[in-house]
Design a protein around this ligand. Sequence first.
Ligand code: PMP
Length: 429
Amino acid sequence: MLYQRSSRLFAEAEKVIPGGVNSPVRAFRAVGGTPIFVKSAKGAYLYDEDGNRLIDYINSWGPMILGHAYDPVVEAITEKAKLGTSFGMPTELETEIAALAVSMVPGIDKIRFVNSGTEACMSAVRLARGFTKRDKIIKFAGCYHGHSDSFLIQAGSGAITFGTPNSPGVTAGTAKDTLLATYNDLDNVRRLIDANPKEIAAIIIEPVAGNMGCIAPAEGFLEGLRALCDADGILLIFDEVMTGFRLAKGGAQELFSIQADIVAFGKVIGGGLPVGAFAARAEIMNYLAPLGPVYQAGTLSGNPLAMAAGLAMLRQLNADGNIFNRLEEKTAYLEKGIREVLTAHAIAHTINRVGSMISVHFDHRPVTDFKSAGNGDNERFRKFFHGLVEAGVYIAPSAYETWFISDALTYDDLDFTIAAIDKVAKSLI
Ligand code: PMP
């Protein structure tokens, strides 16, 4: 495939945008080569500036669960745009999407919309601190909760790729209130709580980790966290930015039957527009301004275009009784295909999957936490990535990212992808 136009556009972008991108992982630093500039996308496919077509396994890092340019979402945005694009005043639409989200997710009474997953997690933590009147939080190494200061401590996603899990610019004062735990290690969490009794406001976790590859919570781990939180008056925050409205209507809370105290959303809830949200029972949410003392605000929060896109998306997910089963079946089919091909070529691998989140690690050992996520063979991943792009299949340009399956993918697309992996696997031996 040719990338002449992408290369030229990237060179131009580098002159005026740091690294040529507005979010670091897009720069292909982990895998090398030229970032692909997208011209358009429809359904399961991306079309780049050089005229190449790619089957998309990233789907904007999760939001496009029904595929790109999904007609009801596009129509909702287009119709709303004609009526004005931002007011900074309340609209009926905000109540409609809030009511629908509250009805779909277990245990939440109220929800507030923001503009990104970062804002959602940042606000959730502030609310937890205000509500509990405690300062410290526990986060897990390799989990990513956006780029707000308290989370850039052993963070996952691009922060790993770029070797800066602890970012300069985060003060020691902020860092000292973030305690680090090991994913899937309940004893480790227990020790942290014992060492800081009645001082921890919240434990924040990705209930299925998706930013160090995909990692499922071990049997009993989330239940254990729930019990530890209850025993010490700690709020449990589920960061469902990836898992929300993806693993089930009610996200990971529904899938695992665990009730968090505060839930953060992003990605799918915005239908591909810049949206995040956080939600909880009324007692906690009423702590927010203007009802309560914890301040949080946003000029563009609840933006009509974003709410229209999110509402169209949630309505579709709510109405389609089979969507999450279909996604499960498609992703299980893909998993089986990849496993058979890599096994046939004797390539050491571990495939982790929960529902429509899946990742391939080039190592035979189980991947259960940040440390084991680092065992993968990065050079092999680099070749795998470029081989697949060459074959017309786009996966995340980093070994530490999860693939997100969309319902627009057909079984022909999946077969094409498995065949491409078979071809690429030969070059990995
Ligand atoms: N939490 C999780 C689990 C995420 O995966 C991400 C982004 N990938 C965020 C928070 C931050 O969301 P955003 O990029 O929209 O700020």
